[in-house]
Every structure is written in C-alpha cells, then in structure tokens.
Design a protein around this ligand. Structure first.
Ligand SMILES: N[C@@H](CCC(=O)N[C@@H](CS)C(=O)NCC(=O)O)C(=O)O
Length: 231
C-alpha cells in the first residue's frame, strides 16, 4: 500500500499544502489505493519537504519524481495518450503553478500580517506549549528566507500580487470553457491545477490574488468539477 506522508489537513481543504493536495489528487485520479499519514514531520522526509511516499519500503520525495515513479510502477492512465505538444503545455503550466504562483500564495499566507494570523492559527494552533510559542515564528522566518532566496521575496507585496494575478489570468484564459486543462479528458496537469486553484480560491485568506481568481467563474466551476469527480 502506498503511504502518502503529508501535513494534516487545514483551511477546510484536503490539504493546505498545494503539493500535498496535488499528490492526493493524482492518486485519486489514477485510482491508486493509498493511506494518508498526516504527521507533518518534515524531518523524516528524504528532502525535508512534504509530501513524500513510502511505496512498500521505497521512499520517494518531490511530487514530480513521485508521479514519475508511480507511472513507471503502476502505469500511466492519465498522460499516456498526450501529444508532445500537450506535454509541453503541461510542463509549462506546471512550472507556472509550482515555481511561480506558489510563491505569490506563500506571500498571502506567510508574509502578509492578516494572512499570517490565519496561517498561524490553522497550522500551529493545536500544537502543545511550548512548541506553539516558538515554532510558528521559526517556520515563518524560514519560509520568508526561502522566498527571498527564490527571488520573489525581493518584490513588494503589490508587485508579488500583480505577478500572481497574471498567472491566474493565463490559467483562466487557457482553461476557458474546457472541462479540463488539456481538453475533454483529465490529465496529471489537472492534479496540479486543482490543488493550486482550490488552495487559492477556498482557503480563508483574503488577498488581491484570491479576489482576482474569484472574478473568473470558470476557475470555481473547474475546481467544483474536479472535487465532485475525485473527492
Ligand atoms: N518540489 C516539491 C515542493 C514541496 C514543498 O515545497 N513542500 C512544502 C509544503 S507546500 C514543504 O514541505 N515545506 C516545508 C519546509 O520548507 O520546511 C514537490 O513537488 O513536492
């Protein structure tokens, strides 16, 4: 049985980590049986980030490597029929979500003071004292340092939100009125798109980015479609 090691659910979402939610969505889409381990223990993770899987004793980290592993071991029901052009588009959008939009969402949750109050309560509120007193500040400091190292953190809040809004516009314009990102059939790109868009639309963290996403009703309809089909 595949064990999916991830953070505990928060914000009323299957997971407030878009990467953890991406992998759970993929496993559901590919009809692979799995067990959730909601320990949130990054120190046990091979690359010190979640999620990772334990597949009958084989540990695999990073959602892209995990999905490659799953395809090689259990088959590729979602992407096998994609054309080279569709694969190229999927790769480009995956990078948009995971390498760029992700940091704009991080800004709304970890840098913005009002967002941080929500994040702190949702992610750390149930921790026992004394962890509850110092871990949130350490985690916040660490993530903001990562954001600065990545480069996004060097921009102003308004600039970061404008960058993220352009990503959301690109996704909404490309999705248009198609049922799934690449057309009539779902592909693994939809695991990423659903996880990142649901985290943006449905987390109780107000931001210019969220308000912008909510002006595009096809994004809400898309997430509802994915939720109804796979969750
Ligand atoms: N490229 C990785 C990204 C995973 C990732 O960034 N996970 C975050 C949560 S969304 C994490 O574990 N952060 C903990 C930390 O940085 O200490 C993947 O695709 O799995």
């Amino acid at each position: 049985m595949i064990k999916l090691h991830q953070f505990a659910p928060a914000f009323g979402l299957p997971n407030a980590s878009p990467f953890c939610m991406k992998l759970e969505t993929y496993l559901r889409m590919a009809s692979l049986p799995f067990e959730l381990v909601n320990s949130g223990d990054v120190l046990k993770a091979p690359k010190r980030k979640l999620p990772y899987i334990d597949d009958d004793g084989t540990l695999v980290a990073d959602t892209s490597f995990i999905i490659e592993h799953l395809k090689a071991r259990y088959g590729d029901p979602l992407d096998a029929a994609l054309s080279p052009q569709q694969r190229a588009v999927a790769t480009a959008f995956q990078r948009l979500f995971e390498e760029n939009l992700y940091w704009a969402v991080v800004q709304t949750r970890w840098a913005d003071d009002a967002g941080w109050q929500k994040t702190r309560q949702a992610f750390f509120g149930t921790l026992p004292a004394p962890l509850r007193w110092f871990l949130p500040t350490l985690a916040r400091r660490g993530l903001l340092a990562e954001m600065r190292g990545q480069g996004m953190g060097r921009h102003s809040a308004a600039e970061i939100q404008a960058i993220g809004c352009r990503d959301v516009t690109a996704v909404a314009d490309f999705l248009a009125d198609k049922p799934y990102m690449l057309g009539e059939q779902p592909s693994s790109l939809d695991a990423t798109a659903h996880a990142f868009l649901a985290n943006l639309l449905w987390a109780p963290v107000d931001s210019p980015l969220q308000r912008h996403a909510r002006t595009r009703p096809t994004l809400e309809a898309y997430c509802q479609r994915m939720k109804a089909r796979y969750f």
